[in-house]
Design a protein around this ligand. Structure first.
Ligand SMILES: Cc1cc2nc3c(=O)[nH]c(=O)nc-3n(C[C@H](O)[C@H](O)[C@H](O)COP(=O)(O)O)c2cc1C
Length: 187
């Protein structure tokens, strides 16, 4: 089983990164092959609405997103991990997600999306504690998942964590992330 983790924070070894690492370790402990993609290290343009993808499901923009399409399609499970930035996922992640319009076109316009259903999880961390903190990004991730035949099966949403690495002081988050990864890799 292949588990793909997409790390949306620009802060390496920050809270999102540490949580995702634990989740991927949990998946590996169940025999999964894990891969982490760092959205901040990729040169990806946002969707420009050229709409060439409506003809063949392919994006005409050529950049680092080329390899991400294959990774998204071939993974058996996907983890999207992001810090909360202005009540949504990071700009790096939103940019990558916007380019999945080509996959959306394959599924809903061309009806050529023939991959088996995957499992998907969302890991998010924010500094504040508002009840609705994760409402917006959850919709974004669910909508992305729908476009790539992925069932939103799990989530780990952590409030009140701000400084780099502060997640290590959280009483349960890292263990919870590990357990999430284990669940994701268990059919
Ligand atoms: C540009 C920016 C916007 C942010 N917006 C929010 C926000 O809307 N809600 C919130 O709870 N935290 C917000 N934060 C705080 C981060 O979500 C928080 O520091 C998080 O732990 C960072 O995770 P990281 O270490 O993985 O980058 C923001 C931080 C930055 C830099």
């Amino acid at each position: 089983m292949k588990v793909l983790g997409i790390m949306g924070s620009p802060r390496m070894q920050g809270n999102t990164d540490l949580l995702l690492d634990e989740a991927l370790k949990g998946a590996e402990s169940r025999g999964a092959e894990a891969e982490k993609v760092l959205a901040d290290k990729l040169a990806i343009s946002p969707c420009k609405e050229y709409y060439a993808c409506l003809k063949d499901g392919k994006c005409v923009i050529k950049d680092d997103m080329d390899s991400i399409y294959d990774k998204l399609l071939s993974a058996d499970a996907i983890i999207i991990a992001s810090p909360m930035f202005f009540y949504t996922v990071s700009a790096q992640l939103l940019t990558l997600i916007s380019r999945c319009q080509a996959l959306w076109a394959r599924k809903y316009v061309l009806k050529t999306m023939d991959i088996p259903e995957k499992k998907g999880a969302f890991i998010a961390v924010g500094a504040t504690r508002g009840e609705k903190l994760f409402d917006g990004p959850k919709l974004t991730v669910k909508y992305l998942f729908q476009a790539i035949n992925t069932r939103y099966t799990d989530e780990l949403l952590i409030r009140g964590i701000d400084k780099k690495g502060e997640i290590k002081d959280h009483p349960t988050a890292l263990v919870d992330a590990y357990e999430l990864g284990k669940r994701l890799a268990t059919s």
